[in-house]
Design a protein around this ligand. Structure first.
Ligand SMILES: Nc1nc2c(c(=O)[nH]1)N[C@H]1C(S)=C(S)[C@@H](COP(=O)(O)O)O[C@H]1N2
Ligand SMILES: [Mo]
Length: 451
């Protein structure tokens, strides 16, 4: 066993590789967000324990690592390491590369931060969040018989084929889709659900028709207040279809798209072929995939994903671990200011005096990021970074700066954004029962060695 924790991880990585561990075996590391969870999982997984050859020394070293909040970089897992047939097929079709797979059925995978540096997220690096399976039509890439129906509180229920949608006036924007649970891994105690770190966000280029064009064609009644979205994927288990909606004002916003192209290509099966909603700045659950029906309602929607604790947050701050009454929960939606550090990668090693380029992305829900600040001393001092403007409303903004260290040691690079309303990111994560709205300051651990 080497002396530093950093080296411990190198050793562990090497050891598992040498002993033929698969990405699934290593997943136990990717999914954990705390020392407690980590050892909870390892404790339950005797096979993984044996595989990794855990000894008392290793455990002590790992305890130290987690104790300092230094969570190991994820091991990449791609289509090759996945066993489920459908997951394999859709990961392969979208040429997914370097994603961390949390579940195979339903398929859920996130992007490690050092692969999030592109202004436009390539398809191969866009995260995946499925509640159920992928639609049959999408798997077969079959547009025959596809229709998008609009009904409910409208004067003329209408439907559109894919050809009809594509023949309309289209727009193209760079838009973030971010899962409401992104950042859940930093909640303590850990809420149930995918333990997303920061990688359940992508900012691809989406082409489609503004939803308001279709709603206007149907003619909204005065009673229209909310949408309800439905898709055509098979549901896992005995439960109603996943179905979210948005307030009518958000539905009428010009950037809310009925999209049929992602980065100029037909939307890959796993991202919603042939047609999906893109509702930028709001929880990703509102960006319905395999969309085939929108029902306009005269009240807030109550589909699966909108009731109880699901995608809902307490009206008032609650203590960590509390269970507020369900009537005190309200539907979540708009995102708050967030940022990630895309370089350097966690656990990178530098020399004393070396100039280190720090890069990242920042976005702010319905707002604009005005400032980015970076700290290398646990938030005591902050240095302003250079920040780009959004390419279009909602798109994430790239930022960069340099840092340098005068002495050796373990350091962390922290990043924090400020939006046009003065909102910033917390350094301790406020808690809610299901772990939504996570926007904690992102921290990257590095080692600086003597020059
Ligand atoms: N039909 C359908 N649409 C869906 C989902 C789903 O399970 N079924 N998941 C939603 C959630 S929770 C998120 S975060 C986004 C993820 O989009 P992506 O997989 O393209 O990244 O899709 C949303 N649209
Ligand atoms: Mo989500």
């Amino acid at each position: 066993m080497k002396k530093t924790d950093h080296q411990t991880w190198d050793w562990l990585r090497g050891y598992t590789r040498d002993h033929g561990a698969s990405p699934q075996d290593l997943d136990i590391f990717d999914e954990v967000s705390s020392r407690r969870q980590f050892f909870g999982k390892v404790g339950k997984s005797g096979a993984a324990l044996a595989l990794l050859g855990f000894g008392a020394g290793t455990e002590a070293a790992l305890q130290g690592l987690f104790g300092r909040g230094m969570i190991p970089m994820a091991w990449a897992s791609d289509a090759e390491g996945v066993a489920d047939e459908q997951a394999k097929q859709v990961l392969g079709e979208a040429s997914k590369e370097g994603l961390i797979v949390h579940n195979e059925r339903p398929l859920n995978a996130e992007t490690p931060p050092h692969l999030m540096g592109d202004a436009v997220t390539p398809i191969k690096r866009h995260f995946i969040r499925n509640n159920d399976l992928v639609s049959e039509r999408a798997l077969r890439k079959n547009p025959q018989g596809y229709k998008l129906e609009i009904e409910g509180e409208v004067n003329n229920p209408v439907s559109f084929t894919l050809d009809e949608l594509q023949a309309m006036n289209t727009v193209t924007y760079r838009l973030p889709i971010e899962c409401g649970g992104n950042g859940r891994a930093y909640f303590d105690p850990a809420p149930r659900g995918n333990q997303w770190k920061n990688g359940a966000i992508g900012n691809s280029e989406w082409t489609g028709v503004p939803l308001r064009e279709l709603l206007n064609a149907a003619g909204l009644k005065d009673t229209a207040v909310y949408t309800a979205h439905y898709g055509e994927e098979p549901i896992l288990g005995d439960r109603p279809p996943f179905s979210r909606g948005i307030p009518i004002d958000k539905a009428m916003e010009e950037h809310t798209l009925v999209a049929f192209k992602m980065n100029g290509e037909d939307i890959p099966a796993v991202h919603g072929y042939p047609v999906r909603l893109v509702v930028p700045g709001w929880y990703g659950s509102t960006s319905h995939k395999w969309l085939n029906r929108i029902v306009v309602r005269d009240r807030e929607h109550d589909g699966r994903g909108m009731t109880g604790y699901s995608y809902r947050v307490p009206k008032y701050p609650v203590a960590p671990g509390a269970r507020p009454p369900e009537e005190d929960m309200v539907v979540g939606g708009p995102w708050r200011i967030k940022s990630v550090i895309t370089g350097p990668a966690a656990d990178s090693e530098f020399r004393v005096g070396q100039t280190i380029k720090v890069t990242g992305q920042a976005w702010a829900g319905e707002d604009v990021v005005e400032e980015m600040w970076v700290s290398t001393d646990f938030g005591l001092n902050w240095k302003k970074a250079k920040l780009g403007r959004p390419h279009n409303k909602y798109s994430w903004q790239q930022w960069e700066t340099d840092v340098k260290f005068d002495g050796r040691g373990y350091y962390e690079i922290w990043a924090r954004g400020v939006d046009n309303k003065g909102n910033t990111q917390p350094i301790a994560q406020p808690w809610n029962p299901r772990g939504y709205d996570g926007n904690l300051v992102h921290r990257i651990p590095i080692m600086v060695e003597p020059a």
